[in-house]
Write a protein of this length. Structure first.
Length: 594
């Protein structure tokens, strides 16, 4: 499995970092011989200095050449390592861009119902928790470093074996416990991070409430500071204790493995001393052997750390590719290619439509059937949780229906190109986005695939009443709205509603949907928005959703939803005469405004 994901990593890096890969291999091959060259030069220098000190020679020229050689090796090594770091930084940034793009594209392309699954959310949060470019490139860097270290290790092993086979064997044995510890705890760290993801997300969410502007008023008004800090502290400290507990276990294991490694090193030095006493080894040879043994063990320790790190990072890469390739087989996919009708003729038909959220058994929409004629205006009303918004999201193709069918002029939604369907729908949601862009961009963003038409932008702003206050802004339509990113202008709730309505009109969809976007307004302001919507959608197929029954009187027909089912259909007067659910809801609200 890891090998498969690693192959995908190499292919992606080859696509976006071919030069880096070629240069990294070449530079590391050169750097692999630097340690042995340094040790050999140091050996010869010590021997030369010893000979001069013992008056065995008075020729300083070999020593000067050796110093020049050491200087050259050091200079070249430092230069190549600098080039390598720069190449790594450039490649990490390019990969960061491409991976962020891939993850964002995936998140923006999956069915909306995926975001109702906490596991999908946790998965998404987990892979975006750290810099993706660095984490993605790191395993391949470590593999290349392993290759470089292996070349260096072989050169050291040959050198030590030429002195005594025991030096090479003890140096290799010393690293085995360290390898086991690093791999075991590397995997444990990954699985702990995976287990902690929901709590990390909750802690981050609470932190955002404490730190962000939108929530600051309520935090102060309700005196939530101590409550939220306490909850955040409990989550943070719990996670911290688990991380530190694992760290302490790892460090204890590393101490034990370090004792074994040190004993092997002492054994190597003892063997070198015995060889020094038994043969004519020079002082420089002794120094070179001791340094080679030490470097070999350090090199092996570094290689075991890299191996463990590769395993850990490959688990992250597997997680990343699992996300990019994730597909919930239980959720139907809308993959049709047919074009949406240029102009609706017969209208929209729901035929026994049912829908339930992922990993839920109860239908949120349960066998709902109705027909909306072309040019008809429909109001959908019902209590919270009755399925009103979910029904509309099914109509828009945001939620793939589980059974039944939705027809547009007798064309099944399953056969339609979902992008073409959504291009023909204009909608204002209850939580519509207030973009921290210019006023003009907030209007034209509803049709970003086409070139901006300034005349049409101003026309829809005039029609919705937004032009009146936009013209009074410091830079008119070029004024930044909101203060999230820049020091822009704040608008009132009612003004934002008009901007959103202008955005919807600029889109020019075949079907207009107003999904409770006025919930935060007072009844009078809400009624004004609905009246404006009513005037702007004359002779158009329109659907509006509201908790307030008074706005529903403007509709040609009213659909009453309850517990996912359509229980009443009719005009206001008909439903009042029927004395059913709609009548009960209307009278209950009317008494508050009598």
């Amino acid at each position: 499995m890891i090998r498969s994901y690693f192959a995908k990593t190499v292919r992606l890096i080859w696509t976006h970092g071919k030069l880096w890969l070629i240069c990294s291999i070449a530079l590391r091959i050169i750097l692999a011989f630097s340690p042995l060259a340094t040790i050999w030069i140091m050996k010869e220098m010590v021997n030369e200095v010893t000979a001069i000190a013992l008056d065995q020679t008075d020729d300083y020229q070999p020593l000067l050449w050796l110093l020049a050689g050491l200087f050259s090796v050091t200079l070249v090594t430092n230069a190549l390592e600098t080039v390598l770091r720069v190449l790594n930084a450039h490649t990490e940034q390019r990969l960061e861009y491409h991976l962020e793009h891939m993850v964002a594209k995936k998140a923006a392309s999956v069915p909306l119902s995926y975001f109702d699954d906490p596991e999908f959310y946790n998965h998404h949060h987990r892979i975006r928790a750290e810099a993706m470019g660095e984490r993605f490139l790191d395993p391949l860097e470590r593999v290349l470093d392993l290759g470089k270290n292996l070349i260096t290790l072989i050169s050291f092993a040959v050198f030590l074996f030429s002195i005594h086979w025991g030096l090479a064997v003890m140096s290799l044995l010393a690293v085995i416990p360290l390898l086991i510890v690093q791999i075991k705890f590397g995997m444990s760290e990954y699985y702990l991070a995976r287990l902690q993801t929901p709590e990390i997300r909750e802690a981050a969410y609470i932190s955002s409430i404490l730190n962000e502007r939108d929530s600051s008023k309520e935090v102060r008004l309700f005196q939530l500071k101590d409550f939220l800090l306490g909850r955040w502290s409990r989550l943070f400290l719990k996670n911290m204790k688990e991380v530190l507990r694992l760290l302490h276990r790892r460090e204890k294991a590393l101490i034990l493995s370090g004792i074994f490694t040190s004993s092997m090193y002492i054994g190597c030095l003892g063997l070198v001393v015995s060889l020094l006493r038994a043969s004519a080894l020079m002082v420089g040879d002794f120094v070179a052997i001791a340094q080679a043994v030490q470097n070999t063990q350090q090199l092996l320790s570094q290689m075991t750390f890299n191996l463990a790190h590769i395993v850990n990072r490959c688990l992250y890469i597997a997680d990343l590719f699992d996300f990019l390739e994730y597909e919930d087989k239980t959720i139907p996919q809308l993959t049709g290619k047919a074009e949406f009708p240029t102009k609706l003729q017969s209208g929209i038909t729901f035929d026994r439509v049912s829908f339930c959220y992922p990993k839920m058994e109860r239908n949120v929409i349960d066998e709902v059937s109705f027909t909306i004629k072309r040019g008809e205006r429909i109001a959908i009303v019902g209590d919270n949780g009755s399925g009103k918004t979910t029904l509309v999201k099914c109509l828009m193709g945001l939620y793939p229906i589980h059974s039944g069918n939705i027809l547009f002029d007798n064309q099944s939604i399953r056969e339609l190109d979902i992008s073409d369907l959504q291009r023909n729908i204009t909608v204002i949601f209850q939580d519509f986005i207030r973009y921290n862009f210019t006023a003009g961009e907030n209007i034209t963003i509803g049709r970003v695939t086409q070139e901006v038409n300034p005349a049409q932008m101003r026309q829809v702003a005039v029609e919705t009443g937004a032009d009146t206050f936009i013209r009074r802004l410091p830079s008119g339509y070029d004024t930044i709205l909101g203060r999230t990113l820049q020091d822009g202008e704040d608008l009132s709730g009612g003004q934002w509603q008009k901007v959103a309505l202008a955005r919807a009109l600029y889109r020019r969809g075949e079907i207009f949907i107003l999904d409770e976007p006025t919930a935060a307004l007072d009844p009078q302001a809400e009624l004004e928005v609905f009246q404006q919507f009513d005037a702007l959608t004359q002779n158009k197929t329109a659907i509006f959703i509201s908790h307030r029954m008074a706005a529903a009187r403007m509709a040609d027909r009213i659909f009453v939803m309850k517990q996912g089912q359509l229980i009443e259909v009719g005009h206001h007067d008909e439903l009042m005469d029927a004395n059913g659910e709609y009548s009960r809801m209307y009278r209950m609200q009317a008494k508050w405004f009598a």
